[in-house]
Design a protein. Structure first.
Length: 301
């Protein structure tokens, strides 16, 4: 098979591992910077062009679209879909998961566990917004933030009010969520391929840090999920329409709750701490599922 990895940086761990795994299984692998692609949008002969030449005879693509390039990146993915190329994640599923508010609304509609969440832009009823999620401590997030940026833990009522007022002054959309104290600064990263969790790790935030991101000094270890946690992770990925996803869960007193569903989950941490060949399993999935008319996304929102 001829498989294209859409990535801005061929030296990134995840990109390198996917390329190596595909080549090890006998496939022709190519890394393409999707931001340098351009498109010929015609009814009978749609094309994606790169460096002046059309990308032809591509069997499958693996999108690794950064959050800051979502609009153009998903347009390129969508063009490949129009050409009948199988994609590990569809353009619509990537867009859906990148919109934090939309993704939470979809998960709520499916009855999937979530922290109590409020959404606001320029509300004057700050007291009501804080009370909605059970008061302080609470977590305040900028809707456009990624990788823990734009996320604040307000430990007191006055701190929460001050942060919300500050964000409101920035003309920003914000999410306000209950703080899951019992999680103790840890979350679960569940790596979903197809309809299965193929690897999972527990990430623990650094001392004094409520965010568990590894690049912020957190640690991780392999973990065994409960059946309920596995079900929640796979249902969340399916709700987004994602075939390959990183689902972040918190263990709360009322069961597992979803914090985020990531359409381009990194491979380095999950492979390091679980010793599972995640890149190889992604290639296996593509081998089994790539083919005509298998990239259609029937979830409409």
């Amino acid at each position: 098979m001829k498989i294209v990895i859409l990535s801005r940086d061929s030296t990134l761990y995840s990109t390198r591992r996917l390329k190596e795994a595909g080549e090890a299984q006998g496939h022709e692998m190519r890394v393409i910077d999707h931001m340098r692609c351009y498109m010929d949008i015609t009814s009978h002969s749609p094309k994606v062009l790169y460096q002046g030449k059309p990308l032809e005879s591509v069997d499958a693509i693996i999108p690794r679209i950064g959050a800051s390039n979502t609009f153009y990146g998903t347009a390129v993915v969508r063009q490949f879909e129009i050409m009948g190329v199988f994609t590990a994640n569809t353009s619509q599923s990537i867009s859906r998961s990148r919109d934090k508010l939309r993704s939470m609304q979809i998960l709520a509609r499916r009855g999937i566990g979530l922290p109590v969440t409020g959404f606001a832009h320029s509300t004057q009823d700050i007291d009501g917004l804080i009370d909605l999620v059970g008061g302080a401590p609470l977590v305040i997030k900028l809707l456009e933030g990624t990788q823990g940026i734009g996320v604040v833990l307000a430990e007191t009522y006055q701190a929460a009010k001050s942060v919300i007022e500050a964000f409101r002054g920035l003309d920003a959309n914000i999410l306000v969520q209950e703080f899951i104290k019992e999680a103790q600064g840890a979350d679960l990263r569940c790596f979903v391929i197809g309809d299965k969790v193929i690897a999972a790790m527990k990430r623990q935030g650094a001392p004094g840090e409520f965010r568990s991101n590894l690049h912020r000094g957190g640690s991780a270890e392999k973990i065994r999920l409960t059946p309920e946690e596995r079900s929640t992770a796979t249902r969340a990925a399916k709700a987004m329409g994602l075939r390959v996803a990183g689902v972040d869960l918190l263990r709360s007193n009322h069961g597992p709750v979803v914090m985020e569903v990531n359409s381009s989950p990194g491979l380095e941490g999950i492979e390091k701490y679980t010793s599972i060949d995640v890149a190889g399993k992604i290639i296996d999935y593509i081998e089994k599922n790539a083919g005509p008319n298998k990239d259609r996304d029937r979830i409409q929102y």
